[in-house]
Design a protein around this ligand. Structure first.
Ligand SMILES: NC(=O)C1=CN([C@@H]2O[C@H](COP(=O)(O)OP(=O)(O)OC[C@H]3O[C@@H](n4cnc5c(N)ncnc54)[C@H](OP(=O)(O)O)[C@@H]3O)[C@@H](O)[C@H]2O)C=CC1
Ligand SMILES: N[C@@H](CC=O)C(=O)O
Length: 371
């Protein structure tokens, strides 16, 4: 099988980015044998420094990154692309940064396909969302972001397949946050204060880089918005109603100061909420996208301990997709909704999808040239 080289520009080397590099290194031979694809990393960047690499340098990226990375301006990365004329480019955004928003259009215009775990580019205003997709068509580039919702779970693709097959989707609901699932699964049954469980979630890399994005409900609101836009619903983030976990007052405090200086207040608030539960109830942070009743909301809810949501464990998400064909029994997707390994694997799956397309185009181009 002929081998196609894919050149990756990696933005972010945290939980997900560093695990992606490790997984690609571990699977290099398997991917080459199975797919005829080799991934190179000519560019690896964090928020301040970048490592420019040649193909033969790709083994010990961490050593090279520590030794040879240099401060950069984004324009230098665009100049590198122009000067090296590298082909088969995929820019991978495994940051949570707003800064990346200004980079997507230039990257596409400089020949890059896009893969993102970062939800922000898909949840800013609709003007940018539509402009990016128009530019992707003009430049014949793909943009995949399966890990935006449910980490490695096949939620976006499942929804896209249903929608494009003409299915009428009426409601999507469930637990969409891996970190909040982990926190409330444990908080409901363990004696530990919420702040300690939250610290564990952060240490495990389940939360956003700023866990207030999770605690405020904004991360789940972003996921609902991404799914709504997949169904061509012209919604903005403000259209998703968020009932804050800690009530209005404490949530304002959360935004003004780091939660670590308000632990006691947070713990007390949720302990009181826990005491109000019936013995057969637990707390779950639930999102609802009701396309018929036009109800789009995320909130902390008491559910029956023996219900599907009540029996979630670990970082599990459980997403119910109600459609005309499935009727009263929704299509259900369940599994880990956070964690660097499952997320990196989801990013790698997106990369392979685009790489296959690049390979096919390469075969067509060669056959056209050779007549
Ligand atoms: N963790 C998980 O389970 C899941 C995460 N995701 C998404 O994946 C993304 C990354 O998450 P995670 O790896 O946990 O986060 P981390 O905080 O561990 O890593 C973020 C990385 O992005 C880098 N970064 C920040 N700003 C920029 C920038 N302007 N240019 C280049 N790099 C930048 C950071 O570099 P520096 O150190 O210099 O700031 C860091 O290397 C997030 O958007 C998250 O929502 C999605 C699903 C699950
Ligand atoms: N912080 C997010 C990570 C995945 O999107 C979550 O907790 O689900």
């Amino acid at each position: 099988m002929s081998v196609t080289t894919i050149n990756i520009l990696l933005f972010g080397i945290g939980n997900v980015g560093s695990t992606l590099l490790k997984q690609i290194e571990e699977s290099r031979d398997f991917i080459a044998k199975q797919n005829g694809i080799v991934f190179n990393f000519p560019i690896i960047a964090n928020s301040t420094v970048v490592l420019f690499q040649n193909a033969d340098q790709q083994q010990a990226w961490e050593t090279d990154f520590k030794r040879s990375s240099i401060p950069y301006q984004f324009q230098e990365i665009l100049d590198f692309l122009k000067n090296t004329q590298l082909e088969n480019l995929i820019a991978v955004d495994v940051t949570a940064s707003d800064v990346m928003l200004g980079r997507y259009l230039p990257l596409v215009q400089h020949g890059c396909h896009l893969v993102a775990a970062n939800k922000k580019p898909n949840t800013v205003d609709l003007n940018f969302y539509s402009l990016l997709r128009s530019e992707l068509v003009v430049q014949r580039k793909q943009f995949l972001y399966e890990t935006n919702v449910g980490a490695g779970l096949p939620i976006i693709q499942t929804l896209r397949n249903l929608y494009q097959a003409g299915e009428r989707i009426t409601r999507i609901q469930g637990v969409f946050s891996g970190s909040l699932s982990y926190m409330f699964n444990r908080f409901s049954v363990e004696p530990f204060p919420f702040s300690q469980i939250l610290a564990d979630a952060e240490r495990n890399g389940y939360t956003e880089p700023d866990s207030r994005d999770d605690l405020s409900g904004t991360d789940v609101a972003r996921k609902l918005l991404i799914l709504a836009r997949e169904l061509q619903e012209p919604l903005e983030l403000d259209d998703i109603s968020i009932e804050p976990i800690f009530g209005e007052t404490l949530t304002r405090l959360l935004h003004e100061t780091d939660y670590r200086s308000n632990k006691q207040a947070l713990n007390r608030y949720l302990e009181e909420r826990k005491q109000q539960l019936d013995p057969d109830e637990v707390l779950r942070f639930v999102g609802v996208l009701d396309l018929e009743k036009r109800r789009f909301e995320v909130k902390l809810t008491a559910v029956k301990r023996l219900s599907a949501l009540g029996q979630l464990r670990g970082t599990d998400n459980l997403i119910e997709i109600y459609t005309e064909s499935y009727g009263r029994n929704p299509l259900v997707v369940q599994g880990a909704g956070a964690g660097k390994e499952v997320t990196a694997r989801g990013v790698l799956s997106d990369l392979l999808q685009i790489a296959q397309l690049v390979k096919q185009r390469e075969v067509v181009r060669i056959s056209e040239v050779s007549g």
